[in-house]
Design a protein around this ligand. Structure first.
Ligand code: FAD
Length: 307
Protein backbone atom coordinates (compact mmCIF):
# COMPACT_ATOMS: atom_id res chain seq x y z
CA UNK A 1 0.00 0.00 0.00
CA UNK A 2 1.33 3.43 -0.89
CA UNK A 3 2.19 5.77 1.97
CA UNK A 4 1.08 9.35 2.45
CA UNK A 5 2.49 12.19 4.48
CA UNK A 6 1.75 15.89 4.94
CA UNK A 7 3.64 19.18 5.12
CA UNK A 8 2.61 22.08 7.36
CA UNK A 9 4.14 25.48 8.02
CA UNK A 10 4.27 27.10 11.49
CA UNK A 11 1.43 29.58 12.12
CA UNK A 12 2.27 33.28 12.00
CA UNK A 13 -0.71 34.72 13.89
CA UNK A 14 -3.00 33.67 16.74
CA UNK A 15 -5.90 33.21 14.29
CA UNK A 16 -3.85 31.04 11.94
CA UNK A 17 -2.62 29.02 14.94
CA UNK A 18 -6.20 28.27 15.93
CA UNK A 19 -7.17 27.15 12.44
CA UNK A 20 -3.95 25.09 12.09
CA UNK A 21 -4.70 23.12 15.25
CA UNK A 22 -8.23 22.39 14.01
CA UNK A 23 -6.83 20.99 10.76
CA UNK A 24 -3.98 19.24 12.56
CA UNK A 25 -6.46 17.07 14.47
CA UNK A 26 -8.00 15.92 11.18
CA UNK A 27 -4.60 15.34 9.58
CA UNK A 28 -3.39 13.30 12.56
CA UNK A 29 -6.62 11.27 12.53
CA UNK A 30 -5.86 10.33 8.91
CA UNK A 31 -2.79 8.43 10.25
CA UNK A 32 -0.14 9.61 7.77
CA UNK A 33 3.38 8.13 7.78
CA UNK A 34 4.67 11.48 9.09
CA UNK A 35 3.88 15.19 9.16
CA UNK A 36 6.69 17.58 8.28
CA UNK A 37 6.90 21.16 9.53
CA UNK A 38 8.74 23.81 7.50
CA UNK A 39 11.47 26.06 8.88
CA UNK A 40 12.18 29.62 7.78
CA UNK A 41 15.58 30.10 6.14
CA UNK A 42 17.98 31.62 8.69
CA UNK A 43 15.95 30.04 11.48
CA UNK A 44 13.27 32.74 11.46
CA UNK A 45 10.53 30.30 12.53
CA UNK A 46 12.54 28.15 14.92
CA UNK A 47 10.32 28.61 17.98
CA UNK A 48 7.05 28.42 16.04
CA UNK A 49 8.24 25.32 14.15
CA UNK A 50 9.37 23.66 17.37
CA UNK A 51 6.00 24.47 18.95
CA UNK A 52 4.11 22.55 16.24
CA UNK A 53 6.66 19.71 16.31
CA UNK A 54 6.39 19.40 20.10
CA UNK A 55 2.62 19.20 19.75
CA UNK A 56 2.97 16.47 17.12
CA UNK A 57 5.21 14.51 19.51
CA UNK A 58 2.19 14.18 21.80
CA UNK A 59 0.14 12.57 18.99
CA UNK A 60 0.36 9.19 17.29
CA UNK A 61 2.00 10.65 14.17
CA UNK A 62 5.76 10.97 13.68
CA UNK A 63 6.86 14.58 13.17
CA UNK A 64 9.58 15.51 10.69
CA UNK A 65 11.46 18.76 11.30
CA UNK A 66 12.69 20.77 8.32
CA UNK A 67 16.04 22.41 9.09
CA UNK A 68 17.97 24.88 6.95
CA UNK A 69 21.66 25.69 7.32
CA UNK A 70 22.15 28.80 5.18
CA UNK A 71 23.90 31.60 7.06
CA UNK A 72 24.94 29.63 10.18
CA UNK A 73 28.31 28.68 11.62
CA UNK A 74 29.06 25.06 12.61
CA UNK A 75 28.67 25.74 16.38
CA UNK A 76 25.35 27.56 15.83
CA UNK A 77 23.94 24.80 13.62
CA UNK A 78 25.16 22.13 16.03
CA UNK A 79 23.29 23.90 18.85
CA UNK A 80 20.07 24.02 16.82
CA UNK A 81 20.31 20.31 15.90
CA UNK A 82 20.95 19.40 19.55
CA UNK A 83 17.93 21.44 20.64
CA UNK A 84 15.71 19.55 18.17
CA UNK A 85 17.13 16.16 19.19
CA UNK A 86 16.67 17.07 22.87
CA UNK A 87 13.03 17.88 22.14
CA UNK A 88 12.65 14.25 21.03
CA UNK A 89 12.76 14.68 17.26
CA UNK A 90 14.36 11.87 15.28
CA UNK A 91 13.27 12.74 11.77
CA UNK A 92 14.59 15.68 9.75
CA UNK A 93 14.34 17.21 6.30
CA UNK A 94 17.82 18.66 5.80
CA UNK A 95 17.84 21.69 3.50
CA UNK A 96 20.36 24.27 2.54
CA UNK A 97 17.73 27.02 2.45
CA UNK A 98 17.53 29.98 0.12
CA UNK A 99 19.94 32.89 0.38
CA UNK A 100 18.56 36.08 1.92
CA UNK A 101 16.75 38.38 -0.55
CA UNK A 102 19.21 40.58 -2.40
CA UNK A 103 22.24 38.30 -1.81
CA UNK A 104 24.53 38.20 -4.84
CA UNK A 105 26.44 35.18 -6.19
CA UNK A 106 29.89 35.26 -4.63
CA UNK A 107 28.63 36.87 -1.41
CA UNK A 108 29.50 34.79 1.59
CA UNK A 109 25.85 34.26 2.49
CA UNK A 110 26.04 30.51 2.84
CA UNK A 111 27.77 30.32 6.23
CA UNK A 112 29.90 27.31 7.23
CA UNK A 113 27.71 24.64 5.61
CA UNK A 114 27.63 25.03 1.86
CA UNK A 115 25.00 22.45 0.95
CA UNK A 116 22.23 20.26 2.30
CA UNK A 117 24.63 17.28 2.10
CA UNK A 118 26.87 18.90 4.72
CA UNK A 119 23.84 19.42 6.96
CA UNK A 120 22.92 15.73 6.59
CA UNK A 121 26.42 14.81 7.81
CA UNK A 122 26.26 17.25 10.70
CA UNK A 123 22.87 15.93 11.89
CA UNK A 124 24.27 12.39 11.89
CA UNK A 125 27.40 13.53 13.74
CA UNK A 126 25.50 15.43 16.42
CA UNK A 127 23.09 12.54 16.87
CA UNK A 128 25.87 9.96 17.20
CA UNK A 129 27.81 12.13 19.69
CA UNK A 130 24.70 12.57 21.77
CA UNK A 131 23.30 9.04 21.61
CA UNK A 132 25.86 7.17 23.79
CA UNK A 133 24.80 9.23 26.78
CA UNK A 134 21.07 8.54 26.60
CA UNK A 135 19.46 5.90 28.80
CA UNK A 136 16.17 4.04 28.51
CA UNK A 137 13.99 2.12 30.96
CA UNK A 138 14.25 -1.67 30.95
CA UNK A 139 10.71 -3.07 30.50
CA UNK A 140 9.64 -5.21 33.48
CA UNK A 141 12.43 -3.91 35.78
CA UNK A 142 11.21 -0.70 37.43
CA UNK A 143 14.04 1.75 38.02
CA UNK A 144 16.52 -0.18 35.86
CA UNK A 145 18.16 1.71 33.00
CA UNK A 146 20.20 0.66 30.03
CA UNK A 147 22.13 2.69 27.49
CA UNK A 148 20.07 3.43 24.40
CA UNK A 149 21.76 1.80 21.47
CA UNK A 150 22.22 4.36 18.67
CA UNK A 151 18.76 5.73 17.92
CA UNK A 152 18.07 5.81 14.21
CA UNK A 153 17.32 9.14 12.64
CA UNK A 154 15.47 9.63 9.38
CA UNK A 155 17.15 12.28 7.32
CA UNK A 156 15.20 13.36 4.28
CA UNK A 157 16.45 15.75 1.61
CA UNK A 158 14.90 17.76 -1.20
CA UNK A 159 14.80 16.58 -4.82
CA UNK A 160 14.00 18.67 -7.88
CA UNK A 161 12.35 16.75 -10.77
CA UNK A 162 12.53 19.81 -13.03
CA UNK A 163 15.85 21.04 -11.69
CA UNK A 164 16.65 23.47 -8.91
CA UNK A 165 16.30 27.02 -10.29
CA UNK A 166 20.04 27.60 -9.71
CA UNK A 167 21.32 24.29 -11.11
CA UNK A 168 22.82 24.04 -14.58
CA UNK A 169 21.35 20.67 -15.61
CA UNK A 170 19.24 17.75 -14.44
CA UNK A 171 22.51 15.81 -14.17
CA UNK A 172 23.71 18.33 -11.59
CA UNK A 173 20.52 17.81 -9.59
CA UNK A 174 20.93 14.03 -9.73
CA UNK A 175 24.60 14.29 -8.71
CA UNK A 176 23.52 16.48 -5.79
CA UNK A 177 20.91 13.91 -4.77
CA UNK A 178 23.47 11.10 -4.97
CA UNK A 179 25.87 13.15 -2.85
CA UNK A 180 23.12 13.71 -0.26
CA UNK A 181 22.43 9.96 -0.09
CA UNK A 182 26.16 9.27 0.22
CA UNK A 183 26.22 11.78 3.11
CA UNK A 184 23.60 9.69 4.94
CA UNK A 185 20.18 10.78 3.67
CA UNK A 186 17.63 7.98 3.61
CA UNK A 187 14.57 9.63 2.03
CA UNK A 188 14.00 12.29 -0.66
CA UNK A 189 10.94 14.53 -1.02
CA UNK A 190 10.35 16.30 -4.29
CA UNK A 191 9.61 19.88 -5.12
CA UNK A 192 6.14 20.27 -6.58
CA UNK A 193 5.66 19.75 -10.32
CA UNK A 194 2.60 19.63 -12.56
CA UNK A 195 3.03 16.60 -14.84
CA UNK A 196 3.55 13.03 -13.59
CA UNK A 197 6.15 12.38 -16.30
CA UNK A 198 8.44 15.06 -14.80
CA UNK A 199 8.68 13.03 -11.61
CA UNK A 200 8.66 9.55 -13.16
CA UNK A 201 11.47 10.48 -15.61
CA UNK A 202 13.51 12.02 -12.80
CA UNK A 203 13.17 8.92 -10.62
CA UNK A 204 14.24 6.72 -13.53
CA UNK A 205 17.33 8.88 -14.11
CA UNK A 206 18.12 8.96 -10.40
CA UNK A 207 17.87 5.15 -10.15
CA UNK A 208 20.09 4.74 -13.23
CA UNK A 209 22.65 7.01 -11.54
CA UNK A 210 22.59 4.89 -8.36
CA UNK A 211 20.14 6.67 -6.04
CA UNK A 212 18.43 3.96 -3.97
CA UNK A 213 16.49 5.86 -1.29
CA UNK A 214 12.72 6.42 -1.63
CA UNK A 215 11.84 9.57 -3.56
CA UNK A 216 8.39 10.80 -2.53
CA UNK A 217 6.60 13.08 -4.98
CA UNK A 218 5.44 16.38 -3.49
CA UNK A 219 1.84 17.13 -4.51
CA UNK A 220 -0.01 20.35 -3.80
CA UNK A 221 -3.70 20.92 -4.52
CA UNK A 222 -3.70 24.42 -6.04
CA UNK A 223 -7.01 26.03 -5.19
CA UNK A 224 -6.82 29.46 -6.84
CA UNK A 225 -5.03 31.26 -9.71
CA UNK A 226 -3.38 33.55 -7.12
CA UNK A 227 -1.83 30.57 -5.33
CA UNK A 228 -0.66 29.10 -8.62
CA UNK A 229 1.10 32.36 -9.54
CA UNK A 230 2.70 32.50 -6.08
CA UNK A 231 3.94 28.90 -6.26
CA UNK A 232 5.47 29.49 -9.70
CA UNK A 233 7.21 32.56 -8.32
CA UNK A 234 8.57 30.60 -5.32
CA UNK A 235 9.65 27.44 -7.12
CA UNK A 236 10.66 28.66 -10.59
CA UNK A 237 8.56 25.86 -12.14
CA UNK A 238 7.09 26.42 -15.62
CA UNK A 239 3.48 27.73 -15.51
CA UNK A 240 0.99 24.91 -16.26
CA UNK A 241 -1.18 26.93 -18.65
CA UNK A 242 -3.99 24.37 -18.80
CA UNK A 243 -4.42 24.40 -15.01
CA UNK A 244 -4.22 28.20 -14.94
CA UNK A 245 -6.94 28.46 -17.62
CA UNK A 246 -9.20 26.04 -15.74
CA UNK A 247 -8.74 27.89 -12.44
CA UNK A 248 -9.37 31.25 -14.08
CA UNK A 249 -12.51 30.13 -15.84
CA UNK A 250 -13.98 28.53 -12.70
CA UNK A 251 -16.44 31.20 -11.56
CA UNK A 252 -16.53 30.71 -7.79
CA UNK A 253 -14.15 29.76 -4.99
CA UNK A 254 -15.94 26.41 -4.72
CA UNK A 255 -15.48 25.76 -8.42
CA UNK A 256 -11.76 26.65 -8.18
CA UNK A 257 -11.43 24.33 -5.19
CA UNK A 258 -12.98 21.52 -7.24
CA UNK A 259 -10.55 22.18 -10.13
CA UNK A 260 -7.55 22.13 -7.75
CA UNK A 261 -8.59 18.89 -6.05
CA UNK A 262 -9.40 17.26 -9.38
CA UNK A 263 -6.01 18.23 -10.83
CA UNK A 264 -4.06 17.01 -7.78
CA UNK A 265 -6.07 13.77 -7.70
CA UNK A 266 -5.45 13.03 -11.39
CA UNK A 267 -1.74 13.77 -10.91
CA UNK A 268 -1.58 11.55 -7.81
CA UNK A 269 -3.32 8.69 -9.62
CA UNK A 270 -0.82 8.88 -12.50
CA UNK A 271 2.07 8.96 -10.03
CA UNK A 272 0.85 5.88 -8.17
CA UNK A 273 0.09 4.05 -11.43
CA UNK A 274 3.59 4.97 -12.61
CA UNK A 275 5.18 3.35 -9.56
CA UNK A 276 5.41 6.09 -6.89
CA UNK A 277 5.40 4.37 -3.50
CA UNK A 278 3.76 7.26 -1.69
CA UNK A 279 2.54 10.86 -1.84
CA UNK A 280 3.79 13.83 0.19
CA UNK A 281 0.98 16.37 0.26
CA UNK A 282 1.54 20.08 0.79
CA UNK A 283 -1.44 21.06 2.95
CA UNK A 284 -1.25 24.86 3.27
CA UNK A 285 -2.33 24.12 6.86
CA UNK A 286 -5.77 22.94 5.73
CA UNK A 287 -6.99 19.37 5.82
CA UNK A 288 -9.99 19.30 3.46
CA UNK A 289 -8.29 19.41 0.05
CA UNK A 290 -5.50 16.91 0.81
CA UNK A 291 -7.90 14.44 2.44
CA UNK A 292 -10.20 14.74 -0.57
CA UNK A 293 -7.25 13.96 -2.87
CA UNK A 294 -6.36 10.91 -0.79
CA UNK A 295 -10.03 9.87 -0.92
CA UNK A 296 -10.09 10.24 -4.72
CA UNK A 297 -7.06 7.97 -5.15
CA UNK A 298 -8.36 5.42 -2.64
CA UNK A 299 -5.71 5.83 0.06
CA UNK A 300 -8.12 7.19 2.68
CA UNK A 301 -11.86 7.18 3.32
CA UNK A 302 -12.92 10.77 3.96
CA UNK A 303 -15.98 11.57 6.03
CA UNK A 304 -18.74 13.80 4.58
CA UNK A 305 -17.06 16.85 6.11
CA UNK A 306 -13.91 16.32 4.00
CA UNK A 307 -15.70 15.75 0.72
P1 FAD B 1 21.20 21.59 -2.04
O1 FAD B 1 20.84 20.17 -2.04
O2 FAD B 1 22.46 21.97 -1.37
O3 FAD B 1 21.20 22.11 -3.56
C1 FAD B 1 20.04 21.89 -4.39
C2 FAD B 1 20.33 22.08 -5.88
O4 FAD B 1 20.68 23.40 -6.18
C3 FAD B 1 21.45 21.27 -6.41
O5 FAD B 1 21.17 20.79 -7.69
C4 FAD B 1 22.58 22.25 -6.43
O6 FAD B 1 23.56 21.82 -7.31
C5 FAD B 1 21.88 23.48 -6.87
N1 FAD B 1 22.44 24.74 -6.47
C6 FAD B 1 22.27 25.31 -5.27
N2 FAD B 1 22.91 26.50 -5.24
C7 FAD B 1 23.46 26.66 -6.46
C8 FAD B 1 24.25 27.68 -7.03
N3 FAD B 1 24.57 28.76 -6.33
N4 FAD B 1 24.66 27.51 -8.28
C9 FAD B 1 24.34 26.40 -8.97
N5 FAD B 1 23.60 25.43 -8.47
C10 FAD B 1 23.17 25.54 -7.22
N6 FAD B 1 13.35 26.15 2.29
C11 FAD B 1 13.24 26.69 3.53
O7 FAD B 1 13.82 27.74 3.79
N7 FAD B 1 12.51 26.08 4.53
C12 FAD B 1 11.86 24.91 4.33
O8 FAD B 1 11.21 24.38 5.24
C13 FAD B 1 11.94 24.31 3.01
N8 FAD B 1 11.32 23.13 2.75
C14 FAD B 1 11.48 22.55 1.52
C15 FAD B 1 10.88 21.30 1.29
C16 FAD B 1 11.01 20.67 0.06
C17 FAD B 1 10.38 19.31 -0.16
C18 FAD B 1 11.75 21.31 -1.00
C19 FAD B 1 11.88 20.65 -2.34
C20 FAD B 1 12.35 22.56 -0.77
C21 FAD B 1 12.23 23.19 0.48
N9 FAD B 1 12.85 24.43 0.74
C22 FAD B 1 12.72 24.98 2.00
C23 FAD B 1 13.59 25.15 -0.30
C24 FAD B 1 15.13 24.89 -0.29
O9 FAD B 1 15.69 25.40 0.90
C25 FAD B 1 15.73 25.61 -1.52
O10 FAD B 1 15.31 24.97 -2.70
C26 FAD B 1 17.23 25.81 -1.52
O11 FAD B 1 17.55 26.74 -2.56
C27 FAD B 1 18.05 24.57 -1.84
O12 FAD B 1 18.05 23.74 -0.80
P2 FAD B 1 18.56 22.21 -0.99
O13 FAD B 1 18.44 21.59 0.32
O14 FAD B 1 17.87 21.58 -2.11
O15 FAD B 1 20.10 22.50 -1.39
Amino acid sequence: MATYSFELYPPRTAASELSLYESLGELVAAAPEFISVTYGASGSTRDASLGVLRHLLTTSVAPMAHLTCVGWTYPEMTRVIREFLDAGLTSFLALRGDPPAGAVEGDNFLGDLKSAGELVQLIHRVQVERAPFSQVDVPGFPGAKRLASGEKVTIAVAAFPNGHPRSRSVEQDIDTLLAKEAAGANLAISQLFFAADDYLRFVEQARAAGVTMRILPGVMPILSPQRLHRMIELTGERMPLDLLARLESAGTEDAQYAVGVEHASALSRELLDGGATGLHLYTFNKHQAVLSVLGEVGLFTPTKEHA
